[in-house]
Design a protein around this ligand. Structure first.
Ligand SMILES: Nc1ncnc2c1ncn2[C@@H]1O[C@H](COP(=O)(O)OP(=O)(O)OP(=O)(O)O)[C@@H](O)[C@H]1O
Ligand SMILES: Cc1ncsc1CCO
Ligand SMILES: [Mg+2]
Length: 307
């Protein structure tokens, strides 16, 4: 049984109005206590999240899920995915690399999750590119995920293809990297979160947009989480693995709390890894170490701004 709660990183100044004394300086005491409870629950229960994810970053996704305190299982066969979902706390689906059979497999898997009320995180990698990817992402509108996590360009493209925002001639589909700033995706993220919440079995949903300052919303309140490291864009899969870790958190928490907690953990771990590495290779190793060592308190006291 993994227990890293005793492992503490060196004392660091944390730029947060929250001082752990129980006062509610920034009005986020409830949110922070749910984030702390989620971080503690992940460490104490080692939840399993299953992933149907791309071939480029699959190993980093699994390692990050383990380092964050969960366990991983990767699968691509619909029968196997649907059966394994019964013992997984949540699933993660990433459409970064596609094979012909995905066109049938992924809509079928999404329908099964929808029918059983199984929670899942969608990472709409490269949304807007290619007719097969668009067909798959469009199909999820009728059987939506619980959380969507992507970069700004992907969130805008998904909200556009689901008819939730008007197409913007100025925005073009990006590759796997974002060409849009997080702030350009606020409206798309809110509308997407409201749409997800309307079809979620228990009414809870969230959208997380990653970037220099991350944005998380339940469709109502918009939270901004600064921090992280620009080095996270110099390794492949920081975003993919954040989606996988969000699924680990979703196994033990409501969607908004899961998205906030995983995002805050990533920001803290990215900052620590930057100080302990000297290029992308050592950054990835230091980042996994940091995911393991960041404490529930540090996740819960991470900077969060509400607008
Ligand atoms: N400029 C930046 N400064 C600090 N942190 C960043 C920056 N850009 C991204 N991040 C962090 O990197 C992580 C991944 O976000 P990013 O937007 O790069 O995902 P992505 O484009 O989906 O990545 P990938 O598809 O390669 O997995 C997030 O935790 C985010 O906070
Ligand atoms: C590089 C790359 N290509 C398809 S998926 C992926 C990982 C980043 O999303
Ligand atoms: Mg991505």
């Amino acid at each position: 049984m993994s227990d890293s709660s005793h492992i503490h990183r060196n004392e660091r100044d944390i730029d947060s109005p929250y001082n752990g004394s129980g006062d509610d300086a920034d009005g986020l005491a409830d949110v922070r206590s749910r984030i702390r409870a989620a971080a503690e629950a992940v460490r104490s229960t080692t939840p399993m999240a299953q992933s149907f994810t791309n071939f480029v970053t699959i190993n980093l996704v699994a390692n990050a899920q383990l380092a964050a305190g969960g366990t991983a299982a990767m699968s691509f066969l619909p029968d196997d995915v649907i059966d394994t979902a019964a013992i997984a706390g949540a699933d993660y689906v990433n459409v970064g690399t596609l094979l012909p059979f995905y066109k049938d497999a992924l809509p079928r898997i999404a329908r099964a999750f929808h029918k059983s009320g199984h929670k899942w995180v969608l990472d709409p990698v490269a949304a807007g590119i290619g007719s097969t990817r668009t067909e798959i992402l469009r199909s999820f509108r009728a059987a939506p995920p619980t959380v969507v996590r992507g970069n700004a360009s992907e969130i805008i493209a998904l909200a556009t293809m689901w008819g939730l925002i008007a197409p913007d001639d100025a925005t073009r589909p990006a590759g796997v990297e974002s060409v849009d700033e997080v702030d350009a995706a606020v409206d798309a993220a809110r509308r997407l979160a409201r749409f997800l919440a309307a079809s979620a079995p228990n009414g809870g949903a969230a959208v997380a947009v990653s970037g220099a300052v991350d944005l998380v919303t339940d469709g109502d309140v918009v939270y901004r989480l600064p921090g992280g490291s620009a080095m996270m864009t110099k390794i492949t899969g920081a975003g993919c693995s954040l989606g996988g870790v969000t699924a680990v958190y979703l196994a033990v928490a409501d969607p908004l709390t899961a998205a906030l907690a995983a995002t805050a953990l990533y920001n803290r771990a990215g900052e620590i890894a930057e100080t302990r590495s000297h290029g992308p290779g050592s950054f990835q190793v230091a980042f996994l170490d940091a995911l393991w060592n960041v404490t529930a308190d540090e996740v819960a006291s991470s900077p969060i701004q509400v607008s």
